[in-house]
Design a protein around this ligand. Structure first.
Ligand code: SF4
Length: 297
């Protein structure tokens, strides 16, 4: 049996940068607070915690004074920066530049007269909370069709998407808002603008990961349980290969999945470290026989 690791897998640039900034600080001081898990990957978070990273929630952040805190790639709402200023907290701001630009666009859209900012994303996702914060939490967050009822079609609408959302669903919602607008008011009265803000580093993996999944008898998808793009990319693998198994840790991999398999592919989310994929390959080799770990595919 041959095992191959997806060449396209590994961190996106935003996550790489956040980890690099954390490691730099930890190598100098041996201690750093992170506001929320630095990435949605439990194994990588544990590795950084062993270097001195301490993950805190917003309540702990509000009570913290005179310390250094890392803002993760998802970004934060303005209220977080205000708390940091009041509490004399030094911030290492690892907000992904792609998210920063999106925050700026959301803020500008909200400043347009009467405009409703609509964000297609998960309501409790930290990036969405950071984006909504740019509008004073006035943005309408849509996850399901029922959420469209909150939109006032008589006012201008500007739609954005959480960077890690599914592009097909975003396009469906774009069409649905336009249709619902036409159902509610005269077509020439509808002011609807849509900005596709899905990160290309996620969406560009669609095609590649679909082709990758088709090449193997079994696909192991390694991802943290709460990773949005992990769910999305794993969904594409499942659509293209019914023998796709999602795991968060290598210990979850079961020997019986590989019965009769000749080729196994390993891939993961943009928040899955490459070292974890290598560990998965070694683990599969250990629990199966006649295994060869091939070059990355
Ligand atoms: S997925 Fe894109 S937007 Fe999100 S952190 Fe990575 S590079 Fe930045």
């Amino acid at each position: 049996m041959v095992i191959e690791i997806d060449r396209e897998a590994g961190f996106c640039s935003g996550v790489s940068r956040a980890i690099r900034l954390a490691e730099q600080e930890l190598s100098q001081r041996g201690q750093l607070y992170s506001l929320g898990a630095i990435i949605h990957n439990e194994a990588e978070t544990r590795r950084l915690e062993q270097l001195g990273l301490r993950v805190i929630d917003h309540q702990q952040f509000a009570a913290l004074h005179n310390a250094t805190v890392l803002i993760r790639a998802h970004g934060e709402p303005p209220a977080t920066y205000e708390t940091a200023r009041k509490n004399n907290l030094q911030l290492i701001d690892a907000t992904c530049p792609v998210v920063l630009r999106l925050q700026h666009k959301v803020k500008l859209a909200h400043q347009q007269p009467e405009t409703q900012v609509v964000i297609f994303g998960r309501k409790n996702h930290p990036e969405v909370i950071g984006l909504s914060g740019q509008t004073g939490n006035q943005a309408i967050i849509i996850e399901t069709e029922a959420d469209l009822q909150q939109i006032d079609f008589a006012r201008p609408i500007h739609l954005f998407a959480q960077t890690t959302q599914n592009r097909k669903r975003y396009q469906q919602f774009t069409r649905r808002i336009a249709e619902a607008g036409n159902e509610n008011i005269d077509a020439d009265m509808l002011h609807f603008e849509a900005t596709d803000s899905i990160c290309r580093q996620v969406s560009n993996r669609d095609i590649g990961i679909a082709q990758f999944a088709k090449k193997y008898d079994v696909v192991i998808f390694v991802s943290g349980a709460s990773s949005s793009n992990g769910k999305y990319l794993c969904g594409i693998c499942c659509e293209n290969n019914a023998m796709t198994f999602k795991v968060a840790a290598v210990e979850e991999i079961k020997k019986e999945w590989f019965a009769g398999a000749e080729k196994v592919g390993i891939t993961g989310a943009t928040s899955t470290p490459l070292w974890l994929l290598s560990q998965a390959a070694q683990h599969i080799k250990a629990i199966t026989q006649n295994t060869h770990i091939g070059d990355v595919s």
